[in-house]
Design a protein. Structure first.
Length: 233
């Protein structure tokens, strides 16, 4: 029941982000454990193991790329993440819903400046068209004004941070990204709403069945105690 509760909480969080651009779904990795009061099966001699959620992992597979025609909407087709400078340090995201701040900087939807390859922010003239090349180079009037930092990490090297960011674990090293920046498109979350809804119903039914089984076990124990008390009296 505890494992089903953890799966339910994780799945609910995935469903809550079906409209969050670039969101990456969480999955569970199951293992088994042997309880301290476990006994051997009288027929086979096997000790029964119980399932437990050993750990959660993040599914980094790419979501669908939605065409928006907004020149400040960017997506990465393939491997890589955008780098943003937040109050907590440099963080990485696949959400390319960008805009121009009042200070003329290219920023994320929540106002964090994007980081360029040289570590500096990228200044944009809001009165001029913006063109972004596949390698992340940002141009205005045919002149490069900066190049977006596009970094890649191993799956095990990233932890989720906040709503839609990732932070490298201690000692993790960024690698050159192989993906291409696509302008005028946004990556959708890799959460299948229909599939997740079906799983949600299945997990709830499993939990209810386990709860009923536990209640039946408690009722059998209560009846056994009453029978023993009646015999001894």
């Amino acid at each position: 029941m505890r494992a089903r509760m953890e799966s339910l909480e994780m799945l609910a969080n995935n469903l809550a982000n079906v409209e969050t651009g670039g969101f990456k779904a969480d999955r569970e990795f199951f293992s088994t454990y042997t309880g301290q009061d476990a006994t051997r099966d009288p027929q086979t001699g096997d000790i029964l193991n119980m399932p437990v959620v050993q750990s959660h992992w993040t599914d980094l597979t790419q979501g669908n790329l939605l065409t928006t025609a907004n020149p400040l909407d960017l997506a990465i087709d393939g491997d890589g993440m955008f780098a943003a400078v937040t109050a907590s340090g440099v963080r990485y995201t696949r959400n390319g819903n960008f805009r121009i701040s009042g200070a003329g900087l290219l920023v994320t939807a929540d106002g964090n400046p994007l980081r360029g390859q040289d570590g500096a922010t990228i200044a944009i003239d809001p009165g001029m068209p913006v063109e972004v090349l596949p390698d992340g180079t940002v141009q205005q009037a045919g002149q490069a004004v900066g190049q977006l930092e596009i970094s890649s990490f191993d799956r095990a090297s990233l932890d989720k941070f906040g709503a839609n960011y990732f932070v490298p674990v201690a000692g993790a090293q960024a690698k050159p990204a192989t993906g291409s920046v696509v302008q005028g498109r946004l990556e959708q979350p890799n959460v299948g709403a229909a599939e997740s809804s079906v799983r949600l119903v299945a997990i709830m039914r499993q939990f209810e069945m386990l709860q009923k089984a536990m209640n039946i076990g408690n009722e059998l124990n209560r009846s056994a105690i009453e029978q023993v008390a009646r015999v001894t009296s």
